[in-house]
Write a protein that binds this ligand. Structure first.
Ligand code: PLP
Length: 374
């Protein structure tokens, strides 16, 4: 099999082997429905409870503030629609223009239902500034949703401060932390957020599972109606094995977070040094970025062509977000930071993970240099 160098960890990550091992019994032997009262189901019920406790401890929450969902998209949909649809009144919602489509298409849908949706714009570095938030937010705000870190350029937002501003306007604050959970330290109480979305496959957990943190006392309507699972707030028989895998993967990332960050930042620096020494002209997008998320724009080049040339060499990178890869036009994020078109079209995203090696970094840098310089 051809050697693959995987540098697209913002799209998805490889499953943690400890998570896989922990999941196995619950895919085969322990298949009892957690809602059933007989003793055979006790193991699955207990495993779910323990996973919820583990996840809560990783983000500074209490267990019954953690609700399992099918992933980041569902968590975002629930957080936003759950506030908008809790009663019949039309809501005033604020979000940013650089959110993932899981947020943007949700608020767009709500706008079509008559809710009032407003957008905060980032500065050229991809940051939603406090001044812009203070000037845009009005006193009757119901919900503010700003992502923790952007998936295309990695910029980490001033969430604590934005949350304070939202609260001062009477709004509930949600953050889509899908790219950040498991990679940077998150404490929901230090942040002050009311809701936070996460997705396991971004932190070496299984795909198709995630969670929504909902602070106790937050008034929110359920998204899925049906049985009494998830404290009556998210119906549907639990995805037991995935829940367990998610908890084990998150705990493992959190236990090793400092070492992982150090390793990834060292790789990032080595990569950028290589590119800088080659004299290639480029800009790096975003400031205060997630470790290892590198968005580079090469003026006059086509990001798609770079991606496919690297693919032929066995290297996986992205041009923007994976969910955007079917659209070849300039992404909404690059537009929002007002990147010049000739740079925006030549943008690639390299997202390094804890399993990347120094050897791989030099191979990616050399391959990229060959593509750009020939
Ligand atoms: N939010 C952000 C910031 C993302 O990067 C993604 C996925 O790329 C999502 C939401 C959607 O997550 P999921 O793939 O778990 O539905």
């Amino acid at each position: 099999m051809k050697r693959i160098i995987y540098a697209d960890n913002a799209a998805t990550t490889q499953l943690n082997i400890k998570a896989f091992e922990a999941m196995k019994p619950y895919l085969l032997e322990e298949f009892g429905n957690p809602s059933q009262p007989y003793s055979f189901s006790r193991a699955t019920k207990k495993a779910i409870n323990e996973s919820r406790e583990l996840i809560a401890s990783c983000i500074g929450a209490v267990p019954d503030e953690v609700f399992f969902t099918s992933g980041g998209t569902e968590s975002d949909n629930w957080a936003i629609k759950g506030i908008a649809l809790q009663n019949v009144s039309k809501k005033t919602i604020y979000t940013s223009s650089i959110e993932h489509h899981a947020v943007l298409n949700t608020v767009d849908y709500l706008a079509r239902l008559g809710h009032c949706v407003n957008y905060l714009s980032p500065d050229k570095n991809g940051i939603i500034t406090l001044d812009s938030a203070k000037s845009v937010l009005c006193d009757n705000a119901d919900l503010v949703s700003v992502m923790f870190a952007n998936n295309e350029i990695g910029s980490i937002q001033p969430i604590t401060e934005l949350c304070e501003i939202a609260h001062s306007k009477g709004a509930v604050f949600h953050t889509d932390a899908v790219q950040a959970v498991g990679h940077v330290n998150i404490d929901v109480n230090a942040l002050g957020v009311d809701m936070l979305s996460a997705s396991a496959h971004k932190f070496n957990g299984p795909r198709g599972i995630g969670f929504l943190y909902i602070r106790k006392g937050t008034k929110i309507a359920p998204l899925m109606h049906g049985g009494a699972q998830e404290f009556g707030m998210r119906a549907g028989t639990e995805n037991v094995a995935q829940i367990i895998g998610m908890a084990v993967a998150l705990k493992d990332n959190i236990d090793n977070i400092a070492a992982n960050q150090k390793h990834i930042k060292t790789l990032e620096k080595a990569f950028l040094d290589e590119i800088n020494n080659s004299g290639i002209s480029y800009v790096q997008n975003g400031t205060n970025t997630l470790p290892g998320l590198i968005s580079l724009s090469f003026p006059g080049y086509d990001g798609e062509v770079i991606l496919h040339r690297l693919d032929l060499m066995g290297i996986c990178i992205s041009t923007g977000s994976a969910c955007d890869s079917v659209h070849s036009q300039v992404s909404h994020v690059l537009r929002a930071i007002q990147l010049d078109d000739s740079y925006a079209k030549g943008t690639i995203r390299i997202s390094l993970g804890k399993d990347n090696t120094e050897e791989e970094i030099y191979m990616i840098a050399n391959a990229l240099k060959r593509v750009i310089m020939q």
